[in-house]
Design a protein around this ligand. Structure first.
Ligand SMILES: Nc1ncnc2c1ncn2[C@@H]1O[C@H](COP(=O)(O)OP(=O)(O)OP(=O)(O)O)[C@@H](O)[C@H]1O
Ligand SMILES: [Mg+2]
Length: 483
């Protein structure tokens, strides 16, 4: 396919705009190192992603330049202008840049090129234009660093606003646990006091034994107590307060709510009366109320602490701080951990729908970075929907890829915006609200790090971002073997 047929003379080279200012010695050098090559119509001159080995200058014919954008080949330009160039244009950057073709060049008609090996091109630029070389290098590296720094910054900001939400989420159960603990301390002291009163000799051993049995029963009832509606609870409390008043127990309205919450009713308390006698009923009821109350408080503390450790677990899962960066993970765990981070940020009018295919195998992944992807996509979805809508997280299989879909019912992405959304710094949000890096970062994580793909489908009312991940590791990206 590639048959060197010819060389150009220095004078011919001078007619190309790229070389017009070179001196005779430089033109001689180019003439000696470059060659002329032909390509038939329709053939690929060089392909995106392949090692960039040559620099091409068009001499005759026409070419089309295209780039892969999210799996689609998009033609960027088509030209027959003599002198246009392409290929290993960054060869002079050496190992500062990955030396692969950044796009694909095709011959539209039969085309002829002046072809220079990448090393020769790099050598020429470096030795003939040292100052320009420094400037270009500075520009290139500077831009790349700026992008990395802004990206990091963005990641930290995202994490910062999420952890603010998490802190808020942690506060509620923590405050509940602290409050319940202090009430519990009070009640336990009260119980010690009551116990002394009950045991001061008026109850015989049998009655005391029965009371302890009733207490155990009360504890069991608390555990099984049905959650009553506010109305049903109020009715039950009224009835119980009346019964307590009939029994001449003072401030029954104060005890009734606790007893009802613990699932104790008049019928059950009648058994208490039968066991301890009318004279000691009040002391016994107050004692049992304490029992119920301490049980309820302990349950509240248990729930709060469980929620706290759940949140901390999710935060750990989300940040992956104590995990290997590259590991085999269940994407559902990652999605759920990310959702926990959003808990405080989910507007009340937004419905969350999970359609998980739990049968999916775990996949090799950079887990923390994938969480960053879900975060960006969910953030965009929520941003698009505002106060109302449905956020759907769906997982499934697509051939030998795992698919995660994040869909929203927002206004959709307008067709003129669609081609640009993955560009760094592209945003339609007001100045100061979006950096426009969310999708750029996500794209790099999914496509470059995981060799997967991100696709988007959007109509007004239905936007779906689809992340595709390979089910098995690419050989080069495989996890480090654990010794
Ligand atoms: N789910 C979506 N619905 C509608 N438009 C979207 C959606 N997701 C992304 N976009 C569009 O793509 C643009 C780029 O998204 P990207 O996440 O890269 O940046 P951003 O959200 O604007 O800013 P940042 O992520 O830094 O907050 C958005 O400004 C928006 O116009
Ligand atoms: Mg975004």
């Amino acid at each position: 396919m590639t048959t060197p047929t010819d060389r150009l003379t220095p004078d011919e080279l001078r007619t190309l705009f790229l070389f017009e200012a070179l001196d005779d010695r430089q033109l001689d050098w180019l003439a000696e190192h470059g060659r002329v090559e032909q390509r038939a119509a329709g053939t690929v001159v060089y392909a995106e992603g392949e090692p960039a080995t040559c620099f091409f200058v068009l001499l005759r014919g026409a070419v089309a330049l295209s780039r892969r954008v999210h799996g689609d080949e998009v033609e960027v330009t088509r030209t027959g202008q003599r002198g246009v160039y392409g290929g290993a244009t960054q060869a002079y950057l050496d190992d500062e840049a990955e030396q692969v073709y950044r796009n694909t060049l095709r011959a539209v008609d039969e085309a002829e090129f002046f072809v220079l090996p990448a090393e020769s091109f790099a050598h020429a630029v470096r030795s003939w234009f040292p100052m320009a070389m420094h400037l270009l290098e500075g520009l290139f590296i500077g831009m790349r660093n700026a992008q990395t720094i802004v990206g990091e910054r963005e990641r930290l900001l995202a994490l910062g606003s999420l952890s603010a939400g998490l802190t808020h989420e942690l506060n509620n159960p923590a405050a509940a646990a602290v409050r319940a603990t202090s009430v519990l301390r009070d009640r336990v002291a009260g119980m010690r006091h009551k116990l002394a009163m009950i045991a001061d000799g008026r109850l015989d051993g049998r009655a005391l034994h029965t009371l302890v049995e009733l207490q155990e029963e009360a504890v069991a009832r608390v555990a099984a107590a049905p959650q009553l509606s506010a109305m049903a609870a109020a009715d039950a409390e009224d009835a119980l307060a009346d019964w307590l008043a009939e029994q001449r127990i003072g401030a029954g309205w104060d005890l009734a709510p606790t007893l009802v919450a613990g699932g104790l009713d008049e019928e059950w308390l009648a058994r208490v009366r039968a066991a301890v006698g009318a004279a000691d009923l009040e002391a016994a009821v107050r004692w049992l109320t304490y029992t119920v109350e301490t049980e309820l408080l302990m349950r509240e503390i248990g729930d709060a602490v469980t929620r706290i450790s759940g949140l901390v677990g999710a935060a750990k899962q989300y940040s992956q701080l104590d995990r290997a960066p590259y590991q085999v993970v269940d994407v559902h765990d990652l999605l759920d951990a990310t959702l926990v981070m959003f808990k405080g940020k989910l507007p009340a009018g937004v419905r969350l729908v999970k359609e998980y295919d739990r049968g999916l195998p775990p996949v090799p992944a950079y887990a923390a970075e994938l969480n960053q992807v879900w975060t960006n996509l969910i953030d965009n979805a929520l941003g698009a929907m505002g106060e109302k809508g449905t956020l759907t997280l769906r997982t499934g299989r697509d051939g030998d890829l795992l698919a995660v879909e994040i869909a929203d019912t927002g206004p959709g992405i307008p067709p003129d915006v669609r081609p640009r959304i993955f560009e760094p710094f592209f945003t339609t949000k007001p100045v100061g609200s979006g950096t426009g890096l969310g999708l750029d970062i996500s794209y790099r994580i999914v496509v470059h790090k995981h060799h997967g793909d991100i696709r988007v489908e959007s109509t007004p009312g239905a936007t779906t971002f689809r992340v595709l991940l390979p089910l098995t590791a690419a050989p080069a990206a495989g996890p480090e073997p654990v010794p």
